[in-house]
Design a protein around this ligand. Structure first.
Ligand code: DQA
Length: 137
């Protein structure tokens, strides 16, 4: 199985960005552990701060599933929602924080309705749980 993680804006700052919300671990360090935990899964990773680049990555994805943390674009981007609708590869929406317990604007997801499902609030473990959702029959 081949999966692709796409991280959106500001997620390159994990480790130092608002550690009380997002923890103090870099994504690169977690990714190494995730690849070990997901033995037998080919796990690709892409991060961009730019909406159009995220859309291009969705269009170009050649894999069995996409784990997408669109960051703040989750709450604003009809264009990313349209891109997800336009591709055949299933997408799971992921958040590190429990967006439902944060400011009202974060309760709105433009992409939730076009994704297979959403996993939020489990810290970096949210990515592992999303991968399991693709792997478990
Ligand atoms: C986030 C939640 C978003 O509201 C926020 O803009 C992010 C990160 C999360 O993973 O918890 O950048 O997607």
């Amino acid at each position: 199985m081949k999966l692709l993680i796409i991280n959106g804006p500001n997620l390159n700052l994990l480790g130092t960005r608002e550690p009380e919300i997002y923890g103090n671990r870099t994504f690169e360090s977690y990714l190494m552990e995730l690849r070990e935990m997901l033995d037998g899964v080919e796990l690709d990773y892409y991060q961009s701060n730019h909406e159009g680049d995220i859309i291009d990555a969705l269009h170009e994805a050649d894999c069995d599933g996409i784990i997408l943390n669109a960051g703040a674009y989750t709450h604003t981007s009809l264009a990313i929602a349209d891109a997800i609708k336009g591709i055949q590869v299933p997408v799971i929406e992921v958040h590190i924080s429990n967006v439902a317990s944060r400011e009202p604007i974060r309760h709105v997801s433009m992409i939730g309705g076009v994704c297979q499902g959403t996993i939020a609030g489990f810290g970096l473990k949210s990515y592992f749980l999303a991968a399991q959702a693709f792997i478990i029959e």
